[in-house]
Ligand binder design. Structure first.
Ligand code: GDP
Length: 173
């Protein structure tokens, strides 16, 4: 049987400049490099894409970009509440962005999105790395989520991060 789950709202959280918008755009444009059409709304952009859910399902993801609001700490509680899944992103070359992950998690998890994935982004910058895979994996395990390393620049694991989140949303249903 083929199941279509839709639409699930996904938000991408993390410090400014960790690469949230780039990650979203990279995913929204798809593996074949299609064109994403962002839909600007009240200070938030969204894209939509369907991902396969093994073995035979699909999930439609509505992808919300916080569009710089993290700078002002003005992401509203209803925004968190409406999300089915959260990508918690830090920059592998920016240790402070990693150290802020628990804070982002506490803030969002209190409002109840059921599924989270920890994303260590910019893994193409191996020489500038400031956070090891081991410690990021440990933090993810402590917070009860999977950990994926991604690069939008090299298009590495971007699909995997969103598919892992879709799987988590499916399990949480
Ligand atoms: P946001 O503020 O979290 O949405 O971050 P942006 O998507 O605007 O990206 C911030 C900066 O990081 C920009 O200069 C991007 O070009 C850069 N960036 C984003 N993704 C990657 C990546 O995968 N690798 C590298 N090396 N730089 C990236």
């Amino acid at each position: 049987m083929s199941d279509l789950f839709f639409p699930f709202r996904v938000i991408v959280l993390g410090d400014a400049a960790v690469g949230k918008s780039s990650l979203l755009r990279c995913f929204a444009e798809g593996p074949s490099g299609g064109t994403a059409t962002p839909c600007p709304t009240v200070g938030v952009e969204f894209y939509s894409r369907t991902v396969p859910l093994p073995p035979a399902g699909k999930a439609k993801l509505q992808l919300w970009d916080t569009a710089g609001q993290e700078r002002f700490r003005s992401i509203t509680r209803s925004f968190y509440r409406s999300a089915a899944g959260v990508l918690l992103v830090f920059d592998l070359t920016n240790r402070a962005s990693f150290e802020r992950v628990p804070e982002w998690y506490r803030e969002a998890a209190g409002e109840g999105p059921p599924a989270f994935v920890l994303v260590g982004h910019k893994c193409d910058l191996a020489a500038e790395r400031a956070v090891s895979a081991e410690e990021a994996g440990q933090l993810a395990a402590t917070l009860g989520m999977a950990f994926v390393e991604t690069s939008a620049r090299s298009n590495l694991n971007v699909e995997l991060a969103f598919q892992t989140l879709a799987g988590g949303i499916q399990r949480a249903l």
